[in-house]
Design a protein around this ligand. Structure first.
Ligand code: SF4
Length: 97
């Protein structure tokens, strides 16, 4: 996985502890730094892909990332159900008799 984006983050000159806050105020501080980060998207995708449990990544807290993953799982499940339904409808029917 390409992690070259890490060197371009707004957090590169911040103490790492700022992105592992212990309360909501700390999360807001980290989020504000992430808000203008040029690599916000790859950072968030990395944390989601690697199932990083702690800290603020891509402007999203642990709780927000769990919600994003849950929404994506639900969307994927709905897509798979739709595909299965379409495949069943498109399947050739056998006419006997
Ligand atoms: S989005 Fe936030 S945590 Fe990620 S690289 Fe940028 S500043 Fe750092």
């Amino acid at each position: 996985m390409d992690t070259s984006w890490m060197a371009k983050g707004n957090c590169r000159d911040e103490p790492p502890s700022r992105f592992f806050p212990s309360d909501g105020v700390g999360v807001d501080v980290a989020r504000r730094i992430c808000a203008t980060c040029p690599v916000k998207e790859p950072c968030l995708e990395y944390a989601l892909d690697q199932r990083v449990d702690h800290g603020v990544w891509g402007g999203a807290s642990e709780r927000e990332r769990r919600r994003i993953l849950k929404r994506r799982r639900a969307a994927k499940g709905a897509d798979q159900e739709a595909e299965a339904g379409a495949a069943a409808r498109d399947a050739p029917t056998t006419v006997t008799g």
